[in-house]
Every structure is written in C-alpha cells, then in structure tokens.
Design a protein around this ligand. Structure first.
Ligand code: GDP
Ligand code: MN
Length: 390
C-alpha cells in the first residue's frame, strides 16, 4: 500500500527523521489558512500517488497569500499522469544547498535489506543508476544485525556526502532504516534528502510503501487503507473476498482458478488484447457470486469487453451456465461478454447459454477462440455468431 507524501513524512517524523512542518488541506481557502500558520515562504505540493509531481507543475513555491491562492487553485483538480489532485500539502519552504537521495528496500534476489544513497538527488534515480552507477551507493544489510551506526557513516562517506554532513546523513539513514523495519515498509525513499545552507539534513519528499499483509500490526496505518491509497475496485473486491488485481487494459477477465486466470491473461495478450484485471472467481458457480464479480469488472470504466473463462472440473459447466444466465438476466450487460465453457458437462452448459439467447453474450468453445473473439469485440469488430455444437 503506497502512502501519500504527507503520510510518509508523518511516519518519518515519528522515527526522528527531520521533515519540514506543514499541513494537509483540500481547498484553496484551506491552503491560504495553512500557509499563514506554517509561515511564508511555503511550498504547495500535490498529494498524489505518483512521482514527478515537480516536473508536472504539481510543486510550487509561494511567497505570499496571492501566490498560494494562485498555485493551490491551479494544482487542485490537476491531472498528474491520470491521478487527480484532491489534497495539497502546504509546507514551510526550505533553502537548499544540496539534494541527495536515500532509500531502503528489500532486495529479494539477495534476500537482504538494501540501503541506497547518492549525492545526485532531486532527479530520476533510475537515470543516475544507469548513467553514473558509481554515484549510487548500494549497501546490503544483515537483516538480523540491522544497520549499525558505523555502516551508516561509511555509506554516507563512500557516497561522497559533504564531510560536514556525513554524521547528519548517517542519522537520516539510521532513521530511514528504522522506518522501513518497524513500519513493515517494502520501500522507504527520500528524494531529495536536502542539505540546507545551515547544514541541516532533512527529508523534502517521502515515498513509502507499506506491506499490506502486515497492516494488522499497525493500527495507525490500517486506517489509511480505506482512504485514497488503494485502488477502489481492489478494495471492494477485498471486502467481498474476491481475488482481483487491477491492470491497465480494456478487456475484463474472469476465470475459475488462479492458474487458469493467469493463462487467460496470456492468451488475451497473445491475441493482441490488453487485460483490464485479474479476477479469480474460485470454485463457485452461483448467480450471486457471478453478479458480484461482474459488478467488480464493470466498475472499471475502461472495460470494453469481458472474457469469462470457465473450466469445469468438480464445478459442472451446466451449473455455471445456470448461474451466468441468472446473473446476466439481472445485469443486462452493456458490453459484450465472451463465455468459454469447457470441461465437465460443457456441451450442456453451452446449449443452455445459447437457448437463453442473452443479448451481448457470446459462447466460445476453446480458450484461443474466446481470446480472439473478445479482442475483436473490444476493438469494436463484429464476430461470427456462436458456434455451440461439439
Ligand atoms: P516530486 O517531483 O514528485 O519528486 O516532488 P518533490 O517533493 O521531490 O519536489 C520536487 C522538487 O521541488 C524538489 O526536487 C525540489 O527541487 C523542489 N522543492 C520541493 N520543496 C522545496 C522547498 O521547500 N524549497 C525549494 N527551494 N525547493 C523545493
Ligand atoms: Mn521527489
């Protein structure tokens, strides 16, 4: 679960990492009032779960009330790479002497925590890693021993931090490691970690992702999971006990069994389509469950066509067909549904579906046939009438 900058900074502050004081607001008047309390000059910052806000015009300095009003008005409602800005963080502006970079994450291939540090902060760190890898220090930590003060100092010194702030950077790295460990974060990143002209080291940005499976250990953070930090459809699915993962294509997918759904994503991609989601309906076949699943899939406005891929084993296809028919009669789908039924009692299942003669429902016999049909339908092409025999 990703946190907004201001939420990440709240965690930072709790672990002794220095951040600037600020307030979160959701209106222009709120921004002006907050700026008055925080003290000019301020920075007006879009709170969205995406990086590169500065480049997109979502981070602006303001010297007085008129400028706060102007910037807050411009940034609220702004679309930053598909993320609409609904909240602003108003922070007392910092003077910057240097911009560094620091992060802690789990390096899965090394099975160890990884601390990274660079004096080339404030820019895209991937670019630094690619162009000047020697300027990005990567240090693996013994997970049981933790990050020692000596290690933190060495990382700062090896990374060529200015000599007079090596201690300050080490403090920041220790605190960041503590955030990562104690908050069960999967990523804790600061870009930029600034050095002020007074030689203070402070986190000017915060990117924190928490491990959703560990949220039960953090009652304070748990409340964040019902706010804007989760995909709303994924959240609804979780409440309904359905395995749903949002993807960025336009073809809704449902299958029974995680493995079958994974291969369905593959065949749709091979047929030239882009899946809009992963949804495993499990073994159930009753109409209620299918209705819920269809509701989730169609809650995504990007979906142009849907593929139901059902393989009958213990679950019989005729039962599934009855569930589908009951569900579709109620839902009256507005986008085309391709339904592939194969396995136990499949002939009977397809016969039932065809006899029901539901508008917008296209039976298919094989996975490839179903994939091709759904890709064609999503692209607005018509397909051959259903082939149900065999
Ligand atoms: P991002 O673009 O989403 O990573 O947002 P950041 O919070 O990193 O801000 C982008 C850039 O705005 C930073 O790299 C800084 O150069 C600049 N910036 C942010 N806050 C301040 C501030 O308090 N003072 C000054 N002078 N610049 C700031
Ligand atoms: Mn940043």
């Amino acid at each position: 679960m990703d946190l907004l900058e201001y939420q990440g900074k709240q965690l930072f502050a709790r672990h002794g990492l220095k951040v600037s004081s600020g307030e979160v607001v959701d209106s222009v008047d709120g921004a002006v009032a907050a700026a008055g309390r925080v003290g000019y000059p301020v920075v007006v910052k879009a709170q969205v779960l995406i990086g590169g806000r500065g480049k997109a015009g979502g981070v602006k300095l303001a010297d007085d009330e008129a400028q706060v009003r102007e910037h807050a008005g411009d940034i609220l409602g702004m679309d930053i790479k598909g993320h609409i800005v609904r909240k602003l963080w108003i922070e007392h502006a910092s003077d910057i002497a240097s911009e560094y970079y620091a992060s802690v994450l789990l390096d899965r291939s090394a099975k160890q925590p990884l601390v990274m540090f660079s004096t080339e902060g404030g820019v895209d760190i991937e670019e630094v890693a690619e162009r000047t890898p020697e300027k990005l220090i990567r240090h693996h930590v013994d997970a049981l021993a933790g990050l020692s003060r000596e290690e933190a100092v060495r990382i700062a010194a090896d990374g060529q931090a200015d000599a007079d702030v090596v201690e300050g950077v080490a403090d920041a790295l220790m605190a960041l490691y503590e955030v990562w460990l104690e908050e069960d974060a999967t990523l804790a990143e600061i870009n930029p970690l600034i050095v002020t002209p007074q030689r203070e080291v402070r986190a000017l940005d915060a990117k924190v992702s928490l491990d959703g499976n560990a949220l039960y250990r953090h009652p304070d953070s748990q409340s964040l999971s019902d706010s804007e930090n989760e995909d709303p459809i994924e959240r609804r699915a979780k409440e309904q006990g359905v395995q749903y993962v949002a993807l960025d294509g336009d073809i809704g997918i449902l299958g029974n069994g995680a493995g079958l759904v994974m291969s369905t994503l593959d065949v749709v991609a091979r047929a030239g389509g882009a899946p809009a989601n992963f949804l495993d309906a499990g073994g159930g076949s009753d109409a209620e469950k299918i209705k819920q699943a269809v509701g989730l899939i169609l809650a995504n406005p990007a979906v142009k066509a849907v593929l139901f891929n059902i393989f009958g084993g213990i679950t019989r296809c005729d039962e599934v067909a009855r569930g589908l028919i009951a569900a579709f009669v109620e839902i009256k789908p507005t986008v085309p549904f391709v339904v592939r039924l194969d396995g136990t009692n499949d002939v009977e299942g397809r016969r039932l579906l065809q006899e029901a003669d539901l508008p917008n429902v296209y039976p298919a016999r094989t996975m490839n046939e179903a994939a091709e049909k759904v890709v064609a339908l999503a692209a607005g092409r018509s397909v051959e009438p259903a082939e149900v025999s065999g």
